[in-house]
Design a protein around this ligand. Structure first.
Ligand code: MTE
Length: 322
């Protein structure tokens, strides 16, 4: 996510050099890890993310059919290099500044065009469903990707419980808005709260999940505790974190990045190697953890999930509906 117009007072976004910054970080971690293991520099402090609060293991998680034939991204990379502007715009800011964030107790408001609307406690929202592990590729619009074993429940199953009406054409999501708990919200870098949306049929697609954990543990704060969306065929920014509201609406809802830079980020934001971002190509991506010297990988249509989701967009002009 690049911010085009920056006020003097806004923090600098490290995303302007996303790949090199990240690769430096990974190399540094790798070096430190190896060196510490070898007893060479045992007293060197690791980056802040290494000291992130430990999360509880999730019980009763079943494996699902959603697996990938590729190695998982290191936990440290997936929890140490994040986009979560509520905790700062730098890649290590979320791990650093979310340390004291207490994600429980937590409620989610279910609102709008549905037979049942309510403010639901996190446990009541999730407990009726079977937790599944889903290994998905998350492809960021910044042209890097990760392979993460998410733990969550199908979004469709949660939606059905609230019986949306025929007027519910879209689902709108909202992140917590509390600058005391999310210090990045003291900056006007985005219009808070962070908001996202899906068309109803996208939200009901079996690939879309509400994730409550990763790597078998509760969701780390920096990855969107306690509950976030994961929509694997779309750019990462559609996967909104720390959700407090889910509303069924008739009209296409606003989305944070589209509001911030409409010529760069559309409502759909499907991973599409043939539609470039106005300022860089989307044809290839760097897999987090790959060596600096290895070639970038080709980006796959719909992030590799075309067989499952292409039908949602049949007849739609993808270049226009980016
Ligand atoms: N959700 C909120 N509330 N705020 C954010 O800044 N960043 C998005 C998305 N969800 C973001 C968010 C972006 S740009 C990406 S790439 C993914 O979260 C990153 O998810 P990860 O940190 O778990 O890899």
């Amino acid at each position: 996510m690049l911010i085009q117009i920056r006020k003097r007072s806004d923090p600098r976004s490290s995303e302007i050099t996303p790949k090199s910054a990240y690769l430096d970080y990974v190399s540094r971690r790798r070096f430190l890890g190896t060196a510490v293991a070898a007893g060479m520099i045992g007293s060197l402090p690791l980056p802040a993310s290494a000291a992130a609060p430990k999360k509880a293991a999730l019980q009763g998680v079943v494996k699902s059919r959603y697996k990938l034939d590729e190695p998982l991204t290191d936990t440290e990379a997936a929890t140490g290099y994040n986009n979560f502007y509520e905790f700062g715009t730098g890649k290590t800011d979320p791990a650093t500044y979310s340390k004291d964030f207490k994600p429980k107790p937590w409620t989610v408001a279910i609102a709008g065009e549905a037979a049942k609307t309510a403010t639901v406690d996190f446990d009541d929202l999730i407990k009726p469903h079977q937790l599944e592990e889903r290994v998905y590729r998350l492809r960021c619009v910044e042209a890097w990707s990760m392979i993460v074993p998410w733990v969550g429940v199908p979004l469709a199953d949660v939606i059905k419980r609230f019986e949306p009406s025929s007027k519910a054409k879209y689902v709108a999501f909202e992140t917590l808005n509390d600058p005391q708990r999310m210090p990045g919200q003291k900056s006007r870098v985005l219009d808070w709260p962070y908001v996202e949306g899906l068309r109803m049929d996208e939200a009901m697609h079996p690939l879309a999940i509400l994730a409550v954990g990763m790597y078998g543990e509760e969701m780390p704060n920096q990855n969107g505790a306690p509950i976030r969306l994961v929509v694997p065929w779309k750019y990462g920014f559609k996967s909104i974190k720390s959700i407090v509201k889910i509303a069924f609406v008739e009209k296409e809802p606003p989305t944070s990045w589209n509001r911030s830079a409409p010529n760069e980020y559309g409502f759909y934001s499907n991973v599409n190697p043939t539609v470039d971002h106005p300022r860089w190509s989307q044809a290839k991506e760097r897999r987090i953890g790959d060596s600096l010297f290895s070639a970038k990988r080709p980006t796959l249509m719909f992030n590799g999930y075309a067989d499952e989701v292409a039908a949602l967009y049949a007849g739609m002009e993808m270049k226009k509906n980016y």
